[in-house]
Design a protein around this ligand. Sequence first.
Ligand SMILES: [Zn+2]
Length: 211
Amino acid sequence: MEITKNKVLVLAPHTDDGELGCGGTIAKFREEGKDVYYAAFSSAKESLPHGMPDNTLELEVREATNRLGIPEDHLIIKPYTVRKLNYERQNVLEDMVQMKKDLRPDLVFMPSPNDLHQDHYTVAMECMRAFKEVSILAYELPWNNINFNTQAFVKLDKKHIDKKVHALEAYESQMKRSYLNKEFIFSWARTRGVQIKTTYAETFEVIRWII
Ligand SMILES: [Zn+2]
């Protein structure tokens, strides 16, 4: 059964979270002609390796989302400071309320409420507040999850994982991070695929599903 949600908003606390959590699904949805928006709340310039220009992650997220087929005018980058999103919780909420009015998504992706990263948790909490009448799926980031309920799956083909890897390779400034490893990305997608007797998949927690 194809899902009937056609306007999708991916909420990423930092550039790269959306590609990691649901990059294969974004690639598949774009192939199916769904309208996909991507909002990053921080381009984490404070976490860049020493000496790199401040806009490095901004340029990288532009390239990465482009590789997944997201049009340039569907990318929103907010200027919050990394690790301090909770200090601006109300502003984050108001940004999301504005996105809801402007974009009218019928499906929103967010980090898991079980995510340990303070910025991820803030985005998850404010998303549930802002999008009360919208279907929400929460994506998995295993290195930040102690528990994750694998309730929903999107079946994917190898070409979708190839696109996910290609998108993540745009993050040249982050390549030392173990979760950006190609073998890991494929193994993770295989693990989720095996759970539902298919080859590759991404899994999600169901926060709210409106039929
Ligand atoms: Zn993050």
